[in-house]
Design a protein around this ligand. Structure first.
Ligand code: ARG
Ligand code: ZN
Length: 849
């Protein structure tokens, strides 16, 4: 059925629901095309509500019967739900509906994947299962009976009964419907157990399809580590007798924190050394932690409405990043997070899709599961912690859990616990939640009579719907270095609250070199006129590992920008500084690997655009290739030794130490391949015994225009492994040379294994196309047209994944008139597709602006 006409929902219009739900009983009679869902729900009037309309959400449901207190009723059914006349006293609502999970390709509500039933209810999927007040501030306990001829029948909470063809689950913790889950299928469990710190034993199961049993051990260890960490660091214990995780192949997102029954995209949980890269392992560990941490930040304390999404997501991302820093390397984790923030959040914050961390309106909430809500939302919490200090943060969090356990909360509630726990006024801080856009900070320096003055000015460019910006409170971590490289002032947090503000440092013997925004203390763009020599000085001496990396990074972008705009040669300060870092065996290999990384071509395009230059994707690509070639030349002598790091002693482990060595070794191999045309990579490919090395060698070969034999061998080796084949599709598109990208991508869409209805496969191909900057922006416009063709095709099947992928076009106004015209034509073509989903309609209209 076609979605109802788009309407805009506003935060300011929030009103509570007219009824409280005391209990929910559901019975499922599973059948692929005709699942029956019976509900029995106890309602009573909500004394705090003024609007007593009894409206239950419901979509794509066939209503069989409904009754109130046992008497049959005939509700008024609309496209989005039903209205019924409700008594002004407690009553029991009963209904029976029929749904068609086998035809549910949108993967929202109850659907099927490889013969297994599974659900995704966040944000508004429960209304596709039965009639219900599908809003997060309505919380209830649930009892679920599943009747079905399948060996494994799971739902939330604890098991409270089972027999041949049925199982019953009871979740004692009141929860909103978006946390409901049901799984039924022919699954195997990888089982373990965990004793909580108060001594309760929790049964742990990771459920997978037969054949995937060998890919569970790592995820299970990550789960146990997460459970322990949340007890140790946040004092949070698990609260049910069982914790189930299920892996499913068809899933729109990474994973979902349903109470006691997390459902994961297979790609976000299944891992083995032969089939997964080090980066996959690290991501899986973080996602397992993330979903587990939601048990307290999201489930026990949930969101009042979907505008408050960052309340649970920003905080939970912040917590999973803390966890990763603790179990791996803190500086490496910080640098990776900032790379990711700049790659995904900055383009969003500085383009037509810009929205506040807490949006104020939406048409389709699924379009707001964004890098801004998640990653900038986590940065905002990091700043809060920096401003109130570690103790203040700990006190505030204790108060948050004490005060709000069992409630559906707002950002105001969240900030209030910080105010109450620390006495600090957070009025200005609140702007981080309401004001969109990335603040720019300009730096001016003055030096006289032993006094050094740093003047910082902030400004945020206008964003859609917000022409005027007000100063925010920005914690700027600063340290000072003396001329010999010694630190003369340790890190201190400057609180920038005004549009322009000066900070003085007295009693210095010589003019210092400032190290500003240490640890990336705020999600801003720093605009500092440093010379290459000053940056090289920081690259050599900064004691803050993040800023040391940042110095190398900015040297790299400076030289690349000059190569693009002035036809300059690669900068010697960059190459020499990098060489010194690579030679320094005292530095963590993972950190050195990050030093070898370059800003992305899309990031360089944004920098050019910021400086008033229209970016030419081919010129950027050429500059990067030239700099890489020069780097390979300049580093020639150290490369073999760095590369040898990837051969570690002992069995493979995805831990930080080994994966760091492989990261450095792989970065070195990429440079070596520029010198030897891929000869060494070919032999590395032949002897690789784990996916990290196999993929790194294959990448080098593809970059060198080789690898045809290896691609075929890889296909033969892995054709039956879905996740490994996603990499095969993705890599070929990601590494295609710009001139051949549209053609290679198009050919792969015709491949028999391009199962485009599977979100992972679709994203592997189309996501890589969008990420191959010069190839996507091919002057013919062929890549734009290819992506648009496929978005139009996917939309009726899976609106959510289609809408997300539209963001590939969000940066279109950076480019030249010719490219803009071609992209506009594609956006308009998508917009005019018949029956376009609400999801995609909203995205395209926002991108068009
Ligand atoms: N809450 C999930 C997570 O971040 C994401 C689910 C989003 N799903 C969606 N359809 N928008 O862990
Ligand atoms: Zn989350």
């Amino acid at each position: 059925m076609r979605d109802a006409a788009p309407t805009t929902i506003y935060l300011k219009d929030y009103t509570p629901f007219g009824y409280i739900v005391d209990s929910v009983h559901l019975t499922f009679d599973l059948a692929p095309h005709a699942t029956r869902v019976k509900s029995r729900i106890s309602f009573r009037p909500n004394p705090e509500a003024t609007d007593t309309t009894f409206f239950l959400h419901g979509e794509n449901l066939r209503l069989i019967r409904a009754s109130i207190d046992g008497a049959e009723v005939t509700p008024e059914v609309t496209g989005g739900g039903l209205f019924a006349a409700a008594p002004a006293a407690p009553f029991v609502w009963e209904a029976e509906v029929e749904i068609d999970p086998a035809n549910n390709t949108a993967l929202e509500g109850l659907y099927m994947s490889n013969g297994m039933y599974c659900t995704q209810c966040e944000a508004e999927g429960f209304r596709k299962i039965t009639y219900y007040p599908d809003r997060p501030d309505v919380m209830s306990t649930f009892t679920v009976r599943i009747n079905g001829d399948l060996p494994v029948l799971l739902s939330n909470g604890n098991p409270t009964g089972s027999g041949e063809g049925w199982a019953e689950w009871t979740d004692p913790w009141p929860k909103p419907a978006y946390l409901f889950a049901l799984v039924a299928g022919d699954l195997l469990a990888h089982s373990d157990s965990y004793i909580t710190r108060s001594g309760r034993e929790v049964a742990l199961n990771l459920w997978v399809r037969p054949g995937d049993e060998g890919k569970c051990a790592f995820g299970m260890e990550a789960l146990k580590k997460s459970m322990k960490w949340d007890e140790d660091v946040y004092g949070r214990e698990y609260d049910l007798d069982v914790f189930n995780i299920v892996a499913v192949d068809d899933f729109n997102m990474g994973a979902m924190e349903n109470k006691g029954l997390n459902i994961f995209n297979s790609a976000a949980v299944l891992a083995s050394p032969e089939t997964s890269t080090d980066a996959n392992f690290e991501r899986i560990e973080a996602i397992i932690a993330h979903e587990y941490f939601h048990n307290w930040t999201g489930n026990r304390i949930t969101c009042r409405d979907w505008f408050q999404l960052c309340l649970k997501e920003g905080l939970t991302v912040f917590r999973d990043a803390q966890f990763t820093s603790d179990v791996r390397s803190a500086p490496v984790e910080r640098i990776r997070d900032v790379i990711d923030l700049r790659a995904r959040q900055f383009p969003e914050d500085n383009g037509p899709l810009s929205h506040p961390v807490r949006p104020e309106s939406f048409q389709e909430i699924n379009n707001f599961y964004t890098a801004t809500v998640y990653e900038k939302g986590a940065e905002v919490i990091g700043m809060l912690k920096r401003l109130v200090g570690d103790d203040g943060y700990a006190k505030a969090l204790d108060l948050y859990f004490d005060r709000h356990d069992g409630q559906a909360c707002t950002i105001e509630d969240w900030l209030k616990v910080f105010e109450d726990a620390t006495g600090r006024d957070l009025g200005q801080f609140q702007r981080w939640y309401s004001q969109a856009g990335t603040p720019r900070i300009k730096v001016e320096e003055a030096w006289a009579d032993g006094t050094y003055t740093l003047t910082l000015s902030q400004s945020t460019p206008p964003t859609p719907g917000q022409p005027q910006k007000h100063p925010q409170v920005i914690p700027v971590a600063v340290g000072l270095l003396g001329p010999n490289g010694d630190e003369v002032r340790p890190t201190e947090i400057l609180e920038l609250t005004e549009a322009r503000q000066s900070f003085t440092f007295q009693g210095l013997a010589a003019k210092p070199v400032p190290s500003i925004l240490r640890g990336f203390s705020a999600p801003v763009i720093l605009d500092q006129d440093s010379t290459p020599a000053q940056r090289a000085f920081l690259l050599a001496h900064d004691t803050d590992p993040f800023n040391r990396w940042e110095a190398g990074r900015s040297l790299a972008s400076d030289t690349l920008l000059k190569m693009v705009t002035q036809d300059a040669a690669p900068d010697a300060d960059y190459l020499d500084g990098l060489l010194a870092v690579l030679r320094d065996d005292g530095l963590d290999p993972a950190y050195r690997a990050l030093m070898l990384d370059l800003p992305s071509q899309s990031e360089l395009a944004a920098m050019l655009h910021d400086r008033g230059v229209t970016p030419d994707p081919m010129a950027i690509w050429t500059a990067v290739e030239t700099l890489r070639q020069a780097t390979a030349q300049h580093m020639q002598d150290v490369l073999p030794r760095l590369h040898s790091q990837s051969q570690v002693d002992g069995p493979y482990s995805p831990d930080a130490e080994q994966s760091g060595k492989r990261a450095l070794g792989s970065a070195a191999l990429a440079l070596i391949s520029r010198q030897d045309g891929g000869a060494q990579a070919a032999s590395e490919y032949a002897r690789a015994d784990n996916m990290t090395l196999q993929l790194s060698a294959l990448s080098c070969l593809l970059k060198a225009g080789k690898g045809e034999t290896e691609l075929a061998a890889y296909y033969d080796q892995w054709r039956d492994d879905r996740l490994v084949m996603d990499k095969w599709f993705g890599l070929q598109v990601a590494l295609a040379s710009p001139d051949r990208t549209p053609q290679i991508a198009r050919q792969l869409t015709q491949h028999a294994d391009f199962n485009w209805k599977n979100p992972n496969r679709f994203r592997a191909l189309m996501g890589s196309l969008a990420m191959n900057h010069a190839g996507f922006h091919h002057e013919s416009g062929a890549s734009y047209a290819l992506l648009a063709d496929w978005l139009i095709r996917l939309d009726p099947v899976n609106p959510q994944t289609t809408a997300r992928m539209c963001s590939a076009f969000q940066t279109w106004k950076r480019y030249d008139a010719g490219r803009q015209a071609m992209i506009r034509a594609q956006l308009e073509r998508i917009a005019s597709a018949p029956d376009l989903s609400r999801d995609t309609t909203e995205m395209i209209s926002r991108i068009l602006g």
